[in-house]
Design a protein around this ligand. Structure first.
Ligand SMILES: Cc1ncc(C[n+]2csc(CCOP(=O)(O)OP(=O)(O)O)c2C)c(N)n1
Ligand SMILES: [Mg+2]
Length: 297
């Protein structure tokens, strides 16, 4: 049974990690790039609360929140962002290419969708009862390989959930300049069932996530389309939006502000102190870890 406190823990953990990652970035401690999940936390909190531990997860360039909600270690992730040998993949994957247990991510838009679909086929063939969940952004609806994957998933009734996190922008391009027609119709054209929500309230998203996951487990492929907002820039400085507009959106749709009043304030304060310390430990320890050796050892 997932409690309100469990959900707040995930929301706060992601927020805290991402804010620290952005702060560390500006001091030059992180390598490559980074795409913060700030604003979208409720999507991950809801979906990961209804998955089974053995399910497979395929994420994208905006993967930190998914990884933390999956139960990943913030220290190993921080070490990966800093290119350290102790990182999730030895410091060679960076922010976008991480792997741990049944969690995989890939920074090529849509690149991991056929992989997730194929892994769903493998799970079905082996009758494991596990499902594959793959996250894409609205901007990734333009990748042709998505539609090849949907076709096969529908034809072979594969246990795969396509999660579209529609934060309304593909980097700096708003939806209306990049997406024709309706998003659900793109899945429905293949006979794939769609579940949809426009909310940053984790309690609104939870039953929809559960319905979508149940559908995949018992009947076959589905899409879960979540309309959300990102509050930070696409990666670091690239945000064409009017800051006043972003502030207004944030004031109305912050998943933490929406959920926090449901938690006893003393409990919340103690949880926040605990997570602040955990994140501080993660980044401080990672910053002191060794870099991988150049000869590949
Ligand atoms: C094939 C490919 N083209 C371009 C890029 C560069 N790129 C990274 S993220 C991104 C926008 C993605 O938008 P969306 O799918 O909506 O995800 P969001 O960043 O909004 O979470 C682009 C163009 C890429 N990673 N892969
Ligand atoms: Mg987007």
């Amino acid at each position: 049974m997932t409690t309100d406190l469990d959900l707040y823990r995930i929301l706060y953990l992601i927020r805290c990690f991402e804010e620290r990652a952005l702060a560390e970035f500006s001091t030059g401690k992180l390598f490559g790039t980074t795409h913060a999940y700030i604003g979208q936390e409720a999507d991950a909190a809801a979906l990961f609360s209804v998955l089974d531990p053995g399910d497979l997860v395929f994420s994208n360039h905006r993967c930190h929140g998914h990884f933390l909600a999956y139960g990943g270690d913030p220290y190993r992730l921080a070490a990966e962002l800093m290119g350290r040998a102790t990182g999730l993949v030895g410091g060679r994957g960076g922010s976008q290419h991480i792997h741990w247990r049944n969690f995989y991510s890939n920074g090529i838009q849509g690149g991991i969708v056929p992989v997730a679909t194929g892994m769903a086929l493998a799970e079905k063939a082996q009758k494991t009862g596990k499902i594959a969940v793959v996250f894409i952004g609205d901007g990734t609806l333009g990748q042709g390989v998505l539609y090849e994957s949907l076709n096969i998933a529908a034809l072979w009734s594969l246990p795969v959930l396509y999660v579209v996190e529609n934060n309304r922008y593909a980097q700096t391009t708003p939806n209306e300049l990049g997406i024709a027609g309706s998003i659900p119709a793109r899945f429905q054209a293949f006979g794939i069932e769609t579940f949809e929500a426009a909310s940053s309230d984790v309690l609104t998203l939870l039953p929809i996530a559960r319905e979508a996951v149940d559908h995949v487990r018992s009947r076959g492929p589905a899409a879960c389309i979540l309309h959300t907002y990102r509050f930070s820039a696409h990666s670091k400085g690239d945000d064409p939006r009017d800051p006043e507009q972003v502030a207004k959106i944030r004031a109305a749709h912050d998943p933490l502000t929406i959920h926090a009043p449901r938690i006893d304030s003393a409990q919340r304060a103690s949880l926040e102190t605990e997570i602040d310390a955990l994140i501080d430990y993660a980044f401080t320890r990672a910053a002191n870890d060794p870099f991988p050796l150049l000869n590949g050892e």
